[in-house]
Design a protein around this ligand. Structure first.
Ligand SMILES: [Fe+2]
Ligand SMILES: [Fe+2]
Length: 495
């Protein structure tokens, strides 16, 4: 049997489209799902995905990738790596899987929406692979942590976290719901694949793979590299969509989608990736500070991509650049202080050497965050651990679902927290910045019903209304509740 050459049939199959005769166009591709924005169907034919692959090539590659990671896992299964590793790395792994595994599964639904409803045939084709990608590495990221569930119940949060009201899981779900579960195909391709995957997760995965290799966790390094090759392919779906929107007079709308999703992704990064890089990773394995990583990979690379595609930098870019040197220190201190509400064991990790490193990477750290840690260290060393534990809940942002944070000792009013407020339809909303407030105001109907943990607490949903009630509400049981990963060894250095 003679076979046609790939180049003879590929373009026809990847861009197959048809004119519906039995139903109207908007019955086949309803606006709520497709998001064509009055751009003619024929214009969407020009969507040109930069990454071309056929189904048989795709399946062959994925099979090889699976064989690779499972053989590494099997070969290293007797190494007992996780029994001897620094507890900071174990916390990173538990946090990674709990934060991501089910989000990957959910992402396959977002991909499926593009696969079915995108008006661009090339996008439907790419999204079919994207759907399979997310399903594949969603399963891996449930299977790999399962190995360790007999070691510690926190590992089970890979499966559990999204089914709870734990605050970090809620913030993550809220973000993913906003950018990928409740948007049309066009917005999904921009907010999920362009902003979040190209801008953030792709780089995060590259960084994590390097850190894993450095720490000696070769099983995880091979897993995450394998996932990254999926992500870097399907993350390319948003670029061609943006080009079509810009060429058809929809730049302003495209820009707004990018601006909102970058900001919300950044907020999540500041609480998850920031503490991981600058605190949880053992000092000897730190290659780059979080700020250096953000500057190199996100600011400079992503900045160029935005401008190349014909967009502007988000209007808040200066604030964003200031934030990357600062916000995550507050997020780290806050999440460490509220450690019983975490499903991983954070490490304070501000021992004498770590502190030198922090001051070198972030000049002024000692005079701001360091001063607060001094109080905590004193309390730990004077048997007043109870003063380092929470009794209340923080004020939470109604847009990003994360606590309001401010640099200590820096503002005119010293430690007075700035709460950016908005009264809308009789309800008072709280925001962490002008940007969060602006994002809410771009679409109040989308955001006005959201309830943060504090809103739920005030509505009487947390019973009894104290920390124990809050822990039960968040699904945290004994054996899962977070405590300092190093049992305060870093604080005792100052004794
Ligand atoms: Fe993924
Ligand atoms: Fe993805």
């Amino acid at each position: 049997m003679s076979l046609m050459k790939r180049e003879e049939w590929y373009d026809l199959t990847r861009a197959t489209n048809w004119t519906p005769k039995y139903v109207k166009e908007d019955e086949l591709l309803p606006e709520e799902m497709s998001g064509g924005r009055n751009i003619p169907l024929s214009t969407w034919d020009s969507y040109d995905e930069p990454y071309k692959v056929t189904y048989s090539e795709y399946v062959g590659t994925q099979r090889e990738k699976d064989a690779g990671i499972y053989s590494v896992k099997a070969a290293l299964s007797r190494s007992k790596f996780m029994d001897n590793v620094d507890p900071g790395w174990e916390a990173i792994m538990i946090l990674h899987y709990g934060g991501i595994a089910l989000g990957e599964y959910a992402a396959s639904i977002a991909e499926t929406r593009m696969a079915r409803f995108s008006k661009a045939p090339g996008n439907r084709n790419m999204a079919t692979y994207g759907m399979l990608d997310e399903n594949r590495h969603g399963q891996h990221q449930l299977y790999f942590p399962h190995t360790y569930t007999n070691k510690n119940r926190q590992w089970d949060w890979a499966w559990k976290s999204y089914h709870t009201n734990q605050w970090a899981a809620v913030a993550t779900k809220n973000f993913l719901d906003d950018i990928m579960m409740t948007r049309d195909a066009v917005a999904t391709s921009i907010m999920l694949t362009f902003s979040f995957e190209t801008g953030f997760t792709n780089m995060q995965f590259l960084g994590l793979a390097a850190d894993a290799a450095e720490t000696g966790d070769h099983t995880f390094a091979s897993l995450i590299s394998s996932i990254q090759t999926d992500e870097s392919r399907h993350a390319q779906q948003g670029g061609p969509t943006l080009k079509i929107l810009i060429a058809n007079g929809k730049k302003e709308e495209a820009q707004q989608m990018v601006d909102i999703s970058i900001w919300k992704a950044w907020r999540l990064f500041s609480v998850l990736t920031g503490p991981i890089m600058d605190y949880y990773t053992p000092l000897e394995h730190r290659k780059q500070s979080f700020k250096e990583f953000m500057e190199e990979w996100i600011i400079s690379q992503f900045e160029r991509q935005l401008l190349d595609i014909g967009l502007d930098l988000p209007w808040y870019w200066d604030e964003f650049i200031n934030d990357i040197a600062d916000k995550h220190h507050g997020m780290h201190m806050g999440s460490w202080f509220w450690r019983p509400t975490l499903f991983w064991n954070p490490t304070g990790s501000v021992g004498i050497e770590e502190r030198k490193w922090l001051e070198e990477k972030y000049p002024g750290w000692n005079a701001t965050y360091g001063k607060c840690w001094d109080v905590i260290i004193d309390n730990i060393n004077n048997d007043k651990e109870h003063l380092t534990l929470p009794e209340t809940l923080p004020v939470v942002c109604n847009f990003g679902f994360l606590p309001l944070i401010q640099t200590p000792n820096k503002t005119r009013d010293k430690n007075k927290l700035i709460d950016y407020q908005l009264e809308y339809e009789g309800r008072l909303y709280h925001f962490n910045s002008e940007v969060d407030k602006w994002a809410f105001q771009t679409d109040p109907n989308r955001y006005k019903y959201t309830m943060t943990l504090v809103d739920e607490f005030l509505a009487g949903m947390v019973q009894p209304p104290d920390l124990n009630g809050a822990l039960a509400y968040m699904g945290l049981t004994p054996g899962e509740i977070g405590s300092d990963a190093h049992n305060y060894a870093w604080a005792k250095e100052y004794k």
